[in-house]
Design a protein around this ligand. Sequence first.
Ligand SMILES: Cc1cc2nc3c(=O)[nH]c(=O)nc-3n(C[C@H](O)[C@H](O)[C@H](O)COP(=O)(O)OP(=O)(O)OC[C@H]3O[C@@H](n4cnc5c(N)ncnc54)[C@H](O)[C@@H]3O)c2cc1C
Length: 415
Amino acid sequence: MTATTATDAAGTDEEREQAQFRAAARAWIAQHAPAAGPGARSTGFSASSDDQGRAARDARAWQRLRFDGGWAGLSWPVGHGGRGLPLAFERIYAEEQTAVGISNALLQVGLGMVGPTIIRHGTPEQHDRYLTPMLRGDEGWCQLFSEPGAGSDLAAVACHAVRDGDDWVVDGQKVWTSGAAHSDWGILLARSAPDQPKHRGITCFLVDMTSAGVEVRPLRQMTGGAHFSEVFLTGVRVPAANVLGDVDGGWSVALTTLGFERNVIGGTNLGPDAHAVIRLAVEHGRAADPTFRDALARTYSRERILSFLGDRTRAAAARDRLRGYEGSVAKLAHAQHVRDTSALALRVLGPGALLAGADAPGAGSWQQYFLGGPSYRIAGGTDEIQRNVIAERGLGLPTEPRADRSLPFRELPRS
Ligand SMILES: Cc1cc2nc3c(=O)[nH]c(=O)nc-3n(C[C@H](O)[C@H](O)[C@H](O)COP(=O)(O)OP(=O)(O)OC[C@H]3O[C@@H](n4cnc5c(N)ncnc54)[C@H](O)[C@@H]3O)c2cc1C
């Protein structure tokens, strides 16, 4: 989405600084965008495993260009390879990049979630080891949290870790792990103290995905691609130095990651662009039709509202309110936006868009968004869970009854 132009903003020093930044970002992106491989324009929902592999390679190559040009880690601390700018600058950059069709969706687990979590909870050695390779796109990350019996109720993770000398030995199964097939590292939650209540006996680990005993089995989705995988861990040895945060204190680390995840999905403008649908309607002679005009106006307005919600989310994060409800509001609205916008694009394109191959010019990416869009309602916490968060933390409604909070995990009934 292209919002204001540099010349629109006269006002405050802050506005002038942001306008200058936007102009500089736009110029840099315009100069370098021709070098971005086709995969860097991926929707994040690929039509095949080959597409997924190419998208991952191209996304990393684009990230390296950004890093070398000084446009990576805009809000990351200077000491960790970033530029230390306020979060608003991330949005401005993302808007400019989205406007030319380049997406960072495939690297967001690392850059938007794991990196900021390591910055908050990691040791100086972990900062030195992981942050720069992540920021340069040299190492990709996945999130090994969900399990067949632990999704919305994430504190029910059963994958377990047992200390053995200088290592931990991890056994269990993860599922729905986005990008696992193309990741070098994973952030993993495992049960380390089953005698503790479920929120207290979890430890967070940084796991080398090439370790012996890690098996990744891709899961095919209705897009045709395999965006996520099952991951089986059998006797995987993880050095004790790879514990992130405190032993048995992994729940607090997980909450940080989940807070950043909602912010990334809801607040960084990943997904379809209203201007692209408007251009599509003009190209297909639909822009004069009152029904389409109405829908296009609604799409555009919704996107502007999302942008403001993103600002609100980032402001809350900057005030250390990562565990607030703001990210849930933005995430909920964004999930709706992806579905409605892609459905509108398919209406503009007509029924042929559904039949066209996923690589058909124009139609392909809209088809991918349309087929992948419903998953936004689930990924990063379902719509129902976001509503629970808003009800409890935003509206102050009574919390859900949670009878299992104080019982040892070992004694909880599990299917
Ligand atoms: C595209 C995609 C990518 C994903 N990527 C990752 C990833 O990279 N890493 C990772 O760890 N996980 C990932 N996930 C998993 C995701 O976080 C979980 O699917 C999600 O948290 C829901 O968990 P579940 O699937 O176990 O569903 P369940 O928790 O079993 O929920 C089933 C249904 O019950 C409802 N429900 C459950 N509890 C409540 C409640 N308390 N109140 C009201 N309704 C409730 C849910 O809303 C849902 O409708 C991804 C999922 C998708 C779709």
